[in-house]
Design a protein around this ligand. Structure first.
Ligand code: GMT
Length: 374
């Protein structure tokens, strides 16, 4: 098949999924055309049968705002016809599905549109009345729609009143990259003592991630367990979280690592991952952790309970329950046998339910079905 893929190419779970999917589809013989504003950051080497078409936005003085969406739709239409695409798979309804629909109208070829919903398009933009109708239109006029969790399907139907079938295809990780490595020297370089446990949180530090709840949980854990907290990522809440850490006099125990590329190395030196989000359609970082044998504690929000199996691969707590999260964390970190069992359960659960080959097959099957539609 010849498949066009559009996503937000910068750092973010949806961009990672779209790019890794493109890479795996290319490996299994399909021709992939990325149509994005910049080179997807995971496309870090040459892949025969992967092509990249850059969307260029012209800055004519007559436009007060550069028309990115229109430039994208025009580029999509051009690529559909020139490269004879069978399918255009877009990640995010807003604006990508809308642009794809416009491109389908402009193009001469009968291309099928598959839209994948990743969460923030529904849980954040879908609340805004201005966008609600537009997102609904994008979903209803796509040929097939997928969402990354059952919870996101329910939320989409509830918030937007969408009747169309939405297929759940969970997220996956690149197992060649996410696996546990032996990296004891790295721990030492970060000044982590041999007996100390390592708790990790990775996010884009947006408000919805509730990073302060992670710090609150960790502060409670520290009262009983010798441990360090690694905070990985950057975003709007970064400085207020750092002030909060100082206020709790935890600077010595919390390491702010900023944005990092080799996340699997950091996960390999970690014992536990904490995600206290108030919105999360899936939580790809949890799956990355599980593949590196790191059990997770997460909130009972969105798709998180579909990824963490409570009391088996980690624990689920209610939103804001930092006391409960700390109790579970202490229980795991103080019992080497239990921690090891949860680590093994986590990697086995990830392999069984979210292995890349399984997920990519689900997409291929969906593509085959969409091509049967008139
Ligand atoms: O979480 C974010 O802020 C980034 C966002 C994205 O666009 O990558 O993540 C969303 O998509 C990911 C990939 O499907 C999911 O793992 C995240 O849970 C989802 N984020 C939210 O729903 C808040």
């Amino acid at each position: 098949m010849k498949i066009g893929i559009t996503c937000y190419p910068t750092v973010g779970g949806s961009g990672i999924i779209a790019t890794e999917l493109g890479k795996l589809l290319a490996e299994s013989g399909h021709e992939i055309h990325f149509i994005t504003s910049s080179l997807p950051f995971r496309l870090n080497r040459v892949y025969p049968s992967i092509y990249y078409h850059e969307v260029e936005v012209n800055h004519y003085p007559v436009f007060q705002y550069p028309p990115y969406d229109l430039a994208l739709a025009t580029k999509m239409a051009e690529v559909i016809d020139r490269e004879e695409l069978d399918i255009l798979h877009v990640h995010y309804a807003m604006p990508h599905a809308i642009c794809a629909i416009l491109a389908r109208d402009i193009a001469e070829r009968n291309v099928k549109i598959v839209t994948t919903l990743h969460g923030t398009d529904i849980t954040v933009l879908g609340i805004d009345d201005t966008f609600k109708k537009m997102i609904k239109y994008g979903i209803e006029n796509s040929d097939m729609v997928t969402a990354v969790s059952n919870s996101l399907v329910e939320e989409t139907k509830e918030r937007l009143g969408v009747e169309k079938a939405i297929h759940v295809i969970h997220n996956f990780v690149n197992e060649q990259e996410y696996f546990k490595k032996e990296l004891a020297p790295l721990k030492q370089q970060y000044g982590i003592e041999p007996g100390e446990k390592v708790v990790i949180h990775i996010s884009n530090f947006r408000k919805v991630k509730r990073v302060k709840d992670v710090v609150r949980t960790f502060a409670k854990v520290r009262k009983q367990v010798d441990a360090k907290l690694l905070l990985v990522g950057d975003g709007p809440e970064y400085s207020s979280v750092s002030q909060f850490v100082s206020k709790l006099e935890m600077d010595e125990h919390v390491l702010f690592l900023g944005k990092q590329k080799n996340i699997s190395d950091l996960l390999s030196i970690s014992d536990l991952k904490i995600l206290m989000s108030e919105k999360e359609s899936f939580g790809l970082v949890l799956l990355e952790a599980m593949n590196c044998e790191v059990p997770c504690i997460g909130t009972n929000i969105g798709g998180i309970p579909e990824v963490i199996k409570h009391n088996e691969t980690g624990f689920i707590v209610e939103l804001g329950d930092t006391g409960g999260a700390a109790d579970y964390a202490v229980k795991l970190l103080q019992d080497e046998f239990l921690l090891n069992r949860f680590s093994q359960n986590a990697v086995a659960f990830a392999e069984k339910n979210f292995h890349s080959s399984r997920i990519v097959n689900q997409y291929v099957k969906l593509y085959q079905e969409v091509l049967q539609l008139h």
